[in-house]
Design a protein around this ligand. Structure first.
Ligand code: SF4
Length: 86
């Protein structure tokens, strides 16, 4: 995927985008990762990929796991709905 070459996070430590826990250093990593995503020119493509591939872990497209959970549920509902009419 060509757009991945323009991802802002390619110059960052990948672990920053997979914080363990929700307090202390993990919260700091989460905020730092989201700041990187805000500068990213391909954040929408990243979020779309996370939703279409069901990514539940890590920061994708500027969203945390808890922020993405309802988006993933909605994406699955849409997928089931469209599957009924294929
Ligand atoms: S939006 Fe996605 S591709 Fe862009 S910096 Fe964040 S995690 Fe990386």
């Amino acid at each position: 995927m060509e757009w991945m070459e323009r991802a802002e996070c390619v110059r960052e430590d990948p672990e920053l985008f997979f914080p363990v826990g929700t307090t202390g250093p993990a919260l700091r990593d989460l905020q730092e990762a989201k700041a990187v995503c805000r500068r990213c020119p391909v954040a929408q493509q990243c979020l779309d990929l996370a939703l279409s591939s069901g990514q539940t872990a890590g920061i994708w497209g500027g969203t945390s796991e808890s922020e993405r959970a309802p988006l993933l549920r909605a994406a699955r509902r849409r997928e089931r709905y469209h599957a009924r009419f294929r």
